[in-house]
Write a protein that binds this ligand. Structure first.
Ligand code: SF4
Length: 311
């Protein structure tokens, strides 16, 4: 499915989202809201919280161009409005003469919003609507968790011209105490338009010590709310941050579609087929926000509009 090309881009995006809500909420169709497309398990880093770079040697660990295009076509045919490229490191992706930029351009004609999540060590000026860069602490902690990449990432954040550049911070037992200082540093970078947070989730592959305990979880989510109230650009809604304390939200995992590098599309929780699903430990704030927005809760709805539609 191609999006209509006339009219203002924001109006076209809004129309696509309105169509999603009409088909899903009014007609009762099973339409995904967000698709995560894992282009490759390959990565130039070996971050301690990530289970995927360890799978880079497996068969089917890197998508080819035809599979990537047909996966995007299938998602577009389902009516999915948002596609997020991830990995491994998605900006490393290429297949023969096709580079990531070409694939992002292909997706841009088919979805209301395209995004990518990157480790931030490569050039950041890629043609997705949104680019999320992972920063997981102040210098020393980030370097410990993310293969010594802090200086490169900060330099790239300073010099990027991407129009909607966000930082994504995964709170873990190792870095939660750094969060306020990291937020202050990141907020001073003019190119960064906002910060999103989620909580570390263990895939049961040796990274369990990073899991936050209940007290740490409550404490850091409270701090995130206070930083947001203090004017720092934390994009999660207050509703979403509060809901994560005890995971008191209703998960609508059917809003998600997940594509693996071999092209298989599954629906439901991001962890399905990748680890053990333990909802009481869930840290996936994007799913909480999407579930809240789908239920027309004002905070998540406004957060979604700000993240995906604001310029
Ligand atoms: S782990 Fe989180 S996202 Fe997955 S099904 Fe449970 S609550 Fe939903």
């Amino acid at each position: 499915m191609h999006l209509p090309t006339g009219g203002h881009p924001a109006a076209r995006r809004l129309a696509h989202f309105a169509r999603f809500f009409f088909r899903s909420r009014i007609l009762g169709r099973d339409v995904p809201l967000i698709a995560s497309v894992k282009l490759t398990y390959r990565c130039n880093l070996a971050c301690s919280a990530c289970p995927f770079h360890r799978r880079a040697g497996e068969a089917g660990s890197h998508m080819d161009w035809d599979t990537a295009r047909s996966s995007l076509d299938r998602l577009a045919d389902m009516g999915c409005p948002i596609v997020v490229f991830e990995g491994g490191e998605p900006l490393l992706w290429s297949d023969h003469r096709h580079a990531f930029s070409e694939l992002a351009g292909y997706a841009g004609k088919r979805f209301a919003c395209t995004a990518a999540t990157t480790n931030g060590t490569l050039g950041l000026d890629v043609p997705t609507d949104i680019l999320w860069v992972s920063v997981d602490g102040t210098r020393e902690t980030h370097n410990l968790l993310r293969s010594g990449s802090y200086d490169t990432v900060m330099e790239n954040l300073k010099t990027s011209h991407h129009p909607r550049l966000y930082v994504h911070y995964t709170l873990s037992r190792q870095n939660w105490m750094d969060f306020p200082a990291a937020v202050r540093t990141i907020s001073a970078l003019p190119a960064v338009k906002g910060i999103t947070v989620q909580l570390f989730y263990p895939y049961q592959q040796g990274e369990e010590p990073l899991l936050l305990g209940p007290t740490e979880r409550r404490e850091i989510l409270g701090q995130a709310i206070r930083l947001k109230a203090g004017g720092y650009p934390i994009l999660n809604s207050v509703w979403g941050l509060k809901a994560m304390v005890n995971n008191s939200w209703t998960c609508r995992a059917r809003l998600l579609a997940n594509v693996d590098p071999d092209g298989k599309i599954s629906r439901g929780c991001y962890v399905k087929h990748r680890g053990v699903v333990v909802c009481s430990q869930c840290g996936f704030t994007p799913v909480a926000e999407a579930s809240g927005a789908y239920s027309f809760i004002p905070g998540p709805l406004m957060a979604g509009l700000r993240i995906f539609l604001a310029r």
